[in-house]
Design a protein around this ligand. Structure first.
Ligand code: AP5
Ligand code: MG
Length: 184
C-alpha cells in the first residue's frame, strides 16, 4: 500500500470521512487543512482571526498561509510512517510547492479522486449544517473547486498515480473501493 497519499474531491465528496478511516487503518497521519483552520478559528489565535471570514464565505485561504501551515505539519514525527493529505493542495501553486518539498521516500505515491454528482454534494452539506454549509456558500465552494482545484488534478496527472473513486454509496463500500484501488 502507498504511504504518502492525497485525497481530492469537491466539498462534501467524503474526503474527511474516508481519510479518517484509511489513515486509521494504515497508521497514516490524517492531515485535514479544513480541520486545522477550523481549530485555529475555535482557538481564536492569530491564524484563526485571519481566516474566519474567508472560510465563512467559502473562499480559499491565501497560498502563503496554507503552505506555512502544511509544511510545518509535515515536519511532525507522526508523518514518518506516511500521511494522507485531505483538502490540500487546492491550487496549482500549492501543488507545485508540495511536489518540490517531498523527495525520496517522502514523495507522493497516490492520489484518490472522489467523484460525486453536484446535487448529492449540496444535499449532504445541507444536512450537515457546518458554519460554511449554507446553500449560497456551498454553491460558491463548488465554483471555487471548479476554478482553482480542478486544474490541480490536471497538473498532477502523470506525476502521481491517480485512482478515481466513485463516492456514491454506503460509507463502508466506499472505504473498500479505496482500499482495493490503493492495493492494486
Ligand atoms: P474543507 O474542510 O476541506 O472543506 P471542503 O473541501 O469544502 O469539504 P468538506 O469538508 O465540506 O467535505 P468532505 O469532502 O471532507 O466530505 P465529508 O467527509 O465531510 O475546507 C473548508 C475551507 O477551508 C475551504 O472552503 C477554504 O476556505 C479553507 N481551506 C481548506 N484547505 C485549504 C487550502 N488547501 N487552501 C486554501 N483554503 C483552504 O462529508 C460531507 C458530509 O456528507 C458529512 O455530513 C458526511 O457524514 C456525509 N457523507 C460522507 N460520505 C457519505 C456517503 N457515502 N453517503 C452519504 N453521506 C455521506
Ligand atoms: Mg472535509
Amino acid at each position: 500500500m502507498p504511504h504518502n497519499v492525497l485525497i481530492m474531491g469537491p466539498p462534501g465528496s467524503g474526503k474527511g470521512t474516508q481519510a479518517a478511516r484509511i489513515a486509521e487503518r494504515q497508521g497514516l497521519a490524517h492531515i485535514s487543512t479544513g480541520d486545522m483552520l477550523r481549530a485555529a478559528i475555535a482557538a481564536g489565535n492569530e491564524l484563526g482571526e485571519k481566516v474566519a471570514a474567508i472560510l465563512k464565505r467559502g473562499d480559499l485561504v491565501p497560498d502563503d498561509l496554507m503552505l506555512e501551515l502544511v509544511m510545518h505539519r509535515l515536519e511532525q514525527s507522526d508523518t514518518a510512517n506516511g500521511f494522507l493529505l485531505d483538502g490540500f493542495p487546492r491550487t496549482v501553486t500549492q501543488a507545485e510547492a508540495l511536489l518540490e518539498s517531498l523527495e525520496g521516500d517522502r514523495a507522493l505515491e497516490g492520489l484518490l479522486h472522489m467523484v460525486v454528482p453536484e446535487d448529492e454534494l449540496v444535499r449532504r452539506a445541507l444536512s450537515r449544517g457546518r458554519n460554511d454549509d449554507t446553500e449560497e456558500t456551498i454553491r460558491h465552494r463548488l465554483k471555487v473547486y471548479h476554478d482553482k482545484t480542478k486544474p490541480v488534478l490536471e497538473f498532477l496527472v502523470g506525476k502521481v498515480p491517480v485512482h478515481v473513486i466513485d463516492g456514491v454509496g454506503e460509507m463502508d463500500e466506499i472505504t473498500a473501493r479505496i482500499v482495493s484501488a490503493l492495493e492494486s
